[in-house]
Design a protein around this ligand. Structure first.
Ligand SMILES: *Cc1c(COP(=O)(O)O)cnc(C)c1O
Length: 349
């Protein structure tokens, strides 16, 4: 077995475990013209009567090309939420290991830490929602397995500069997870180009936001091939179904629609950034590299209720650290955003 530093971070139980082998693992050639009598499937063709490829090889080949990585650096999951859960289960020994979270941030990291009985140590982002690297480093101890960095960050919207992520990679010896759910909307470079240099970097992306495919549940993890092997060993064998794989392939093979939508959404965000300061009830619009804006208002619950009365559902993020009286507004279609601005006018007194 390899003894590279990253492998040493993997839980001993996961390192030693023998994987479950499904029928489709035993006989791997998916596109072979064979009579398949090995998996107790119904033989009558419906396009979904066969189990999916457990390693999603066709989809990974296309994704590898689109993202400029190699297919063996990719893990696919039932949404990024499954990818994130696999990170905990691969690296964090329950009741012993710790992770560092950087609030205010995506709530799922904390939920997964709790579910996996892993202590989450909070190191707040600074006043501009940027990394406080000194504070992060002083919270590290011998049980700290991972730091979760969300860039662009949900709920604040700002990206973490690439250089800051690289500084953290140089200083922290454990795993750095960079969640890039909103990277397609960002001016900031993806951390993908750092994968070759830093074997302890893990990047999560998703088809749920820019690609408009939240309903198919496809999350993407990028990491060193040695790490991907461990994920593949412990993941549920058929975690990405055939309909999801097909829909994702179709979207990735015809990227122009999504490219146009992303461009429009960024322009619409910029338009909102220009128009919202005119309203008296809005105190602050936080800089965004994503498809949403965090705004600070006078009375968040009152404004939330007023939007709802007019048929607009926004997210009240006031309970999060450093986010008192904030609402998170997703950028909608051009028409939806006009309606939103009109409602802002009507409630602005
Ligand atoms: C929306 C979001 C995700 C997406 O999760 P999926 O399970 O892939 O839909 C992941 N991370 C962040 C920060 C998000 O905001």
């Amino acid at each position: 077995m390899s003894d590279s530093a990253i492998v040493q971070l993997v839980r001993p139980l996961v390192r030693e475990m023998a994987p479950y082998r499904s029928a489709r693992d035993e006989f791997e050639d998916f596109e072979a013209q064979k009579i398949f009598l090995d998996a107790n499937e119904n033989p009558y063709n419906t396009d979904v009567n066969r189990y999916p490829d457990p390693l999603q090889r066709r989809l990974k080949r296309v994704l590898a090309k689109v993202k400029g990585v190699s297919a063996d650096q990719i893990l696919l999951g039932n949404g990024s939420d499954e990818v994130l859960d696999l990170i905990f289960r691969t690296f964090c020994e329950p009741g012993q290991d710790e992770v560092i979270l950087l609030p205010p941030t995506y709530g799922m990291y904390g939920v997964l830490a709790q579910l996996n009985n892993v202590k989450a140590v909070d190191v707040p982002l600074d006043d501009n929602f940027q990394l406080d690297i000194a504070a992060i480093m002083s919270s590290v101890n011998e049980n700290t397995k991972a730091v979760f960095v969300c860039s662009p960050n949900n709920p604040s919207g700002n990206a973490i500069p690439f250089e800051q992520i690289e500084i953290l990679l140089k200083r922290f010896k454990g795993l750095i997870v960079v969640d890039e759910a909103y990277i397609d909307f960002s001016e900031q470079r993806s951390a993908l180009s750092l994968l070759e240099t830093y074997p302890k970097l893990m990047i999560c992306q998703t088809l749920s936001k820019a690609y408009g495919l939240a309903g198919i549940r496809l999350g993407i993890g990028f990491a060193n091939p040695e790490i991907i092997d461990f994920f593949n060993k412990i993941k549920p064998p058929y975690n990405v179904n055939i309909l999801t794989q097909k829909t994702a392939l179709a979207s990735l093979n015809a990227p122009t629609v999504v490219e146009r939508q992303v461009k429009t959404l960024i322009e619409e965000r910029q338009k909102m950034e220009r128009e919202l300061p005119a309203f008296g009830f809005i105190n602050k619009i936080y800089p965004s590299d994503a498809n949403f804006l965090l705004i600070q208002v006078d009375y968040a619950q009152k404004r939330y209720d007023q939007f709802l009365e007019q048929g607009i559902v926004v997210r009240n993020r006031s309970s999060l650290l450093g986010c008192e009286n904030t609402l998170r507004i997703t950028i909608g279609t051009i028409e939806e955003n006009i309606t939103f601005i009109n409602v802002c006018k009507s409630i602005d007194q």
